[in-house]
Write a protein that binds this ligand. Structure first.
Ligand code: PLP
Length: 289
C-alpha cells in the first residue's frame, strides 16, 4: 500500500480489545491548557490518542477560556516547565515533540535549552500567539524571540498567515516569509493557507525549506464556522506521523489530511466556535455529512 493510502490511525484505535505488548511511540506535547477542551493540551492529547501514540504532556500555561474566546492566562514558571518536560525525557524514549503555546519568553528559552540536549527528537513548533477568537496567548515580546531561540531547534514550524506576518515584522510574500523564518536553522516551515485568500475555494498549505518550496497540499475550503483548535490538531498530527517514522513531506501530508477530516466532522459543543473532532474514526461522521 502506498504510504499516503495507509490508515491514519493505528489498528489499536479501531478495535477495543487490542493490548499493546510493545509501547506505541510517545509524543510529548509542550503546550497550554484550554479548559474548554477545544485547543491546547486537551486537543493535543486527543489527537495523539487518535493516532494510537502515547501522549505525554508538559503544561506551559493555564488559560481561562470558553469556545468563544480567551479571558486570561497564567504562565507556568520556566523552572517548573523545564522540570515537567525533563522528567518525561529522562524516563521515556520520546519519538517526537510538539510545542504549542509557550506564553512567555522565559518558557521559550527553557524549551529551546531542553530540546538542544535532545537533537535527534523531531520537534514541530506551532508559534501560538493569538487564539482563534482574537484573544492574546503570549507576552508581547514572545514573537520577537522565537526566531532566535526555538526555531533553530524546530524540524518544522507551522504558523498561520497572521502569525507568519507577526513573526517577520510585516512580511506578506510567502517565499520571503519562509526564508526569513528559516534563516536561523529551522529545517522546514509550513505556511498554512486557511487564513490566506479567504475567498478562494481551495486552501493550499505550502511546505518550504530554505530557498525552495518542497511541496504543497490543497484541499477544498470548508464552510467558515470559526474553528477552535485546528492549528493544535495539525501540528500534533504532524508530530505523530514523524513519531511513526514518516519522512517530512509524508508526515505533513498525513497531518493535513487528518486535520481536514477532523474539521469535516467538527461539532459545536458550546456557544462559540466549532471544535475539530479528532476521534472522527470512532463513528462514520463523514458518511453522515
Ligand atoms: N493553545 C492554547 C492553550 C489555546 O488556548 C489556543 C487557542 O485558544 C491555541 C493553542 C491555539 O488554537 P488554534 O489551534 O485554534 O490556533
Amino acid at each position: 500500500m502506498a504510504q499516503a493510502d495507509k490508515p491514519l490511525v493505528y489498528p489499536a484505535t479501531q478495535g477495543a480489545d487490542v493490548l499493546h505488548t510493545v509501547a506505541p511511540p510517545t509524543v510529548l506535547t509542550i503546550a497550554g491548557s484550554d479548559p474548554s477542551g477545544g485547543a491546547g493540551i486537551q486537543a493535543d492529547l486527543a489527537t495523539i490518542a487518535a493516532f494510537g501514540c502515547h501522549g505525554a504532556a508538559a503544561i506551559t500555561a493555564l488559560t481561562v477560556q470558553d469556545t468563544r474566546n480567551v479571558q486570561g492566562f497564567r504562565v507556568i514558571g520556566a523552572g517548573e516547565l523545564r522540570d515537567q518536560a525533563a522528567a518525561v525525557l529522562a524516563d521515556i524514549p520520546v519519538a517526537a515533540v510538539k510545542v504549542g503555546m509557550l506564553g512567555s519568553v522565559d518558557n521559550a528559552r527553557a524549551v529551546a535549552d531542553l530540546l538542544a540536549g535532545h537533537p535527534d527528537i523531531p520537534a514541530v513548533v506551532d508559534p501560538v500567539l493569538v487564539a482563534a477568537g482574537g484573544g492574546g496567548l503570549a507576552e508581547e515580546d514572545l514573537a520577537e524571540v522565537l526566531q532566535g531561540t526555538l526555531f533553530p531547534r524546530a524540524t518544522v514550524v507551522t504558523p498561520n498567515h497572521d502569525e507568519a506576518i507577526r513573526l517577520t515584522g510585516g512580511e506578506t510574500v510567502p517565499e520571503a516569509i519562509a526564508d526569513e523564518l528559516l534563516r536561523d536553522g529551522a529545517h522546514y516551515i509550513l505556511l498554512k493557507g486557511g487564513h490566506r485568500n479567504e475567498d478562494a475555494e481551495i486552501v493550499t498549505d505550502r511546505l518550504f525549506s530554505f530557498g525552495q518550496e518542497e511541496a504543497n497540499f490543497s484541499h477544498p475550503r470548508l464552510p467558515d464556522r470559526g474553528y477552535h483548535g485546528s492549528g493544535c490538531t495539525l501540528s500534533t498530527a504532524i508530530a505523530c506521523a514523524l513519531a511513526d517514522g514518516r519522512e517530512i513531506v509524508e508526515a505533513v501530508r498525513t497531518g493535513i489530511d487528518f486535520t481536514h477530516r477532523a474539521l469535516r466532522a467538527a461539532y459545536v459543543p458550546g456557544r462559540g466556535q466549532a471544535v475539530p473532532n479528532r476521534l472522527f474514526h470512532w463513528r462514520n461522521w463523514e458518511a453522515e455529512d
